[in-house]
Structures are given as structure tokens and as C-alpha cells.
Design a protein around this ligand. Structure first.
Ligand code: DSN
Length: 451
């Protein structure tokens, strides 16, 4: 390949890539589901493996020429087994293209249409692929103890299955296992699911197992957010406790985009058929190579230090924000993510998230337990520490981030009543926001990304 091939052939795409690299370099991603991959992971993802079709499983492909792909998939599976400390009778699928596909493949393997699944209510921190349907009357739903689904069947899982969703405790916003158990006994689901995107606390997988056993349900733990922390042994692991564990590979696991499914071997063979031909065509072998390299990195001793630092950073950030009067849901965090109810600050998630972004602090608006506002303009913001920790940041930098967030909120509080377009205009004209953005950029320069 000639030097600057992309730039010469397609300068428009090349320019967009350069702009995105600059954006990533000069702003801090605090989105808890994002991370930054090593050059080795990125090299594997960009490799010749992307050209190969390999529908099927190891040694049983529908296409010729898969001798090296078989070796790669075998190696990836063996690293996943080691990293997640799999029991002898468990096995692995690494072919699902994304977390939602991984979850759907599990449903295809173990449920019949109209079966009942029980998962966490999405505004409380659950995930779309756990049967989400939306009910526009959020205020009424916020008062109910259990969610039986809304009018808009948003995710395909809500069209295929009967979905019951448990909520967190209305006061503490923590899992109330007695309450979950009561709902399970009432609704007798075939599948119980834990996991999601915005629950800041660890989960007692043994209690969930007992609840599943009490109603003879299978139990799936979706650990997409926590996979790296669980692999490193700094959070509880559901492996060997749940029947199935699904995860994405690009969050705390830092292994490029994709998904992994872990389950007892007899279930994995059904799940393999759920992935292909149930849902997908050929796996993305280049992504599997990225996952393989990332798992290799996660098996090194320094990954445990990284995982510990993610949590230390989240604790420091949470405690600083708490001191500054931010209303932290559940009072803090056990892991990498923090959820903040912005109501007491008089400015909600959408406005806050956009203002933070203009100041170089990239996070996202989010719903929260007891949410009464629309998901398009919810009450909360969500942030986390995986990517800033990858950049090498530690406790002192977390204190800086909290102080910048406080300054941004003070700047925008008087603007809360404006229409969003007018609000954005004011942000663009704000000298104070520009000053913070420059300070953030200065910190980013000290912790560069290895492009
Ligand atoms: N988009 C992911 C997250 O941000 O948590 C979940 O799919």
C-alpha cells in the first residue's frame, strides 16, 4: 500500500478520520461504555482477516480456506476460558457481532416465542435488548412496582417475548432481592436477566441464582459494562453461577468491538446455532482477532492494576462530585460508572451533557430510577472512568474533572429556561466554557492517546 493511500484516494473520509482523532485526543471521554484500544488490538482489527468468510464453527465451516481462522478462534476461546476462569463444563462463543446479537442468540437458543423473560426496567439501568418496550406515560409507570411493558415495542425482544421488568428500591435505588423474588414467583419467567447500562453497584449473583432456581428459570448475566472488572477479579463474577454470561468486548474489557458468550457446554452448542444461522452470517474474523489480542492483554498482570485504578478513579470522582452537591444515585459507585440526578441543580440531562461536551467533558444524558421525564430529555447524566484511566489518569485528575463539572453547571444554571437551540448558541458564545475547554485540552496533552 502506498503512503497516505486513503488521503489521496478519498480525502473526505481521511479528513473526517483525522478530525475524529483530534476530537478524541483533545476531549476527555467519560462515557462509561467507551474505551481506547492498544495499537496491537487496532492492528489486528485492521488486518487481512477481514477478507475471509467463515460461516460455521471451528473445524466445521461452510467455506474452504479457514485453517488459520480456526486456529485464531480456538486461541480466542482458550484465552476467554482462562481469563474468566471457566469451569470445565463451560464453553465459549466469540462470533456474535455485538452485545444485542449475543443476547438475542441466547433467547433464540433457550426461549420459545411468548415465553416470559424477567429483566431490569430500562430507566433504572437495564438494557434495550432485555425486552424493552416504551410507555410514553412515564409518570404513571414511575409509580408502579413492576413494569409489564409499554405500547411501543422498541426492541425486537419485546415483540417476541412476554417481558416483566423489576425495578430498584424506590428509596435506595439498590436491587431489592426480596422484591425481585416476589415478582419472579408471581410471573414465573423462563429466563431471568441481570445487567445493564446504568446500575452503579455490584450484583449478588448467588442471590439471583437462588431466585431463578426458586421458579425453575434459567439465569443470564449480561456483564457488558463490567467484563474487564470481573475478568480482573475486582468485582463479583457470575461465571459458574448463572447459566449464561454475555458481554461486549469494547468497554472495560478494552478488546475491540464484539461480544463473547459464556455458558455450560450443552447450552453453548444451542447458542452457536442461535448466532449462526439464527441471526448472523459470517463472523467478523478481524474483530475476533482484536478480541483475542485484547484478552491476551487482559491476562497480563498490569490489567489488574488498570481495573483497580478504574474503580479508585470512580470512587474519587464520585466523592468529589458528592462534596460539590451533585446528587449521586445510590450515593456512589462500586465500579466504573456514576449516575447523577441533576434535578437539584435545576438543569436536566440533555442540557448538562451538551454543555459538558462543549467544555471538553464528553458524557451522556441518561434516565434514572423513578424517571418521569422522556428518555430524549431525561433527569440524569452518566459518566465513568474506563477511558480516562486508559489515558493514565489517576486521583488528582479526577479531582480536576469534578471541579470542571461544577464550574460548567454554575455557568449553565442561569440558562436552564432557554430553548435548546438558544441554549447551544449561548454555549458557543460562552468565554467561560471556552476557558474550561482549553484547560481540559491542556490536561489531555499531558495524557496523550497512542494513535
Ligand atoms: N451503548 C451502551 C452503553 O452506553 O451503555 C449499551 O449498549
Amino acid at each position: 500500500m502506498k503512503k497516505n493511500e486513503l488521503k489521496n484516494q478519498d480525502p473526505k473520509v481521511a479528513a473526517l478520520i483525522e478530525l475524529e482523532k483530534k476530537r478524541q485526543s483533545e476531549k476527555l471521554s467519560l462515557i462509561p461504555s467507551e474505551n481506547f484500544f492498544s495499537p496491537a488490538v487496532r492492528e489486528a482489527i485492521g488486518s487481512a482477516l477481514m477478507h475471509k468468510y467463515s460461516e460455521g464453527n471451528i473445524d466445521k465451516r461452510y467455506y474452504e480456506g479457514n485453517e488459520y481462522i480456526d486456529e485464531l478462534e480456538r486461541l480466542t476461546i482458550s484465552r476467554a476460558k482462562e481469563l474468566f476462569r471457566l469451569p470445565e463444563d463451560w464453553d465459549v462463543n466469540v462470533q456474535a457481532l455485538a452485545g444485542s446479537n449475543a443476547n438475542l442468540a441466547v433467547y433464540l437458543a433457550i426461549l420459545n416465542t411468548k415465553d416470559t423473560m424477567m429483566s431490569m426496567y430500562l430507566p433504572d439501568g437495564g438494557h434495550l435488548s432485555h425486552g424493552w418496550s416504551y410507555e410514553p406515560d412515564m409518570k404513571n409507570e414511575a409509580r408502579q412496582e413492576v413494569y409489564l411493558g409499554g405500547k411501543r415495542k422498541v426492541h425486537i425482544s419485546s415483540r417476541l417475548f412476554n417481558v416483566v421488568q423489576y425495578k430498584t428500591d424506590p428509596k435506595t435505588h439498590l436491587f431489592n432481592y426480596d422484591h425481585i423474588s416476589k415478582i419472579a414467583k408471581q410471573h414465573k419467567p423462563q429466563l431471568i436477566i441481570t445487567g445493564g447500562t446504568a446500575y452503579p453497584r455490584d450484583i449478588d449473583y448467588k442471590k439471583m441464582r437462588a431466585i431463578a432456581d426458586s421458579v425453575k428459570a434459567l439465569y443470564m448475566a449480561d456483564i457488558a459494562h463490567e467484563a474487564g472488572l470481573i475478568a480482573a477479579g475486582v468485582l463479583n463474577s457470575p461465571v459458574g453461577i448463572a447459566d449464561v454470561v454475555t458481554m461486549t468486548t469494547h468497554k472495560t474489557l478494552r478488546s475491540g468491538r464484539g461480544a463473547i458468550i459464556l455458558a455450560k457446554a450443552d447450552l453453548i452448542s444451542k447458542i452457536n446455532r442461535g448466532v449462526l444461522p439464527g441471526l448472523q452470517g459470517g463472523p467478523f474474523n478481524n474483530n475476533i482477532a482484536g478480541i483475542c489480542v485484547g484478552l491476551g492483554e487482559a491476562l497480563q498482570a498490569d490489567f489488574k492494576l488498570y481495573a483497580k485504578q478504574i474503580i479508585t478513579n470512580a470512587h474519587v470522582l464520585a466523592s468529589e462530585l458528592d462534596k460539590l452537591g451533585f446528587d449521586l444515585l445510590t450515593g456512589g459507585t462500586d465500579k466504573h460508572l456514576i449516575l447523577i440526578n441533576m434535578t437539584n441543580k435545576g438543569i436536566f440531562g440533555k442540557y448538562t451533557a451538551r454543555a459538558m461536551d462543549k467544555a471538553g467533558l464528553v458524557l451522556n444524558m441518561n434516565t434514572m430510577p423513578g424517571e418521569t421525564r422522556s428518555p430524549a430529555d431525561p433527569s440524569a447524566i452518566r459518566l465513568g472512568t474506563p477511558l480516562v484511566t486508559t489515558r493514565g489518569m489517576k486521583e488528582p485528575e479526577m479531582k480536576l474533572i469534578a471541579a470542571w463539572m461544577d464550574r460548567v453547571v454554575k455557568i449553565i444554571q442561569p440558562l436552564a429556561g432557554l430553548k435548546f437551540s438558544e441554549f447551544e448558541k449561548q454555549l458557543d458564545e460562552s468565554k467561560e466554557i471556552r476557558i474550561i475547554a482549553n484547560e481540559v485540552k491542556g490536561l489531555c496533552k499531558k495524557f496523550p492517546l497512542n494513535f
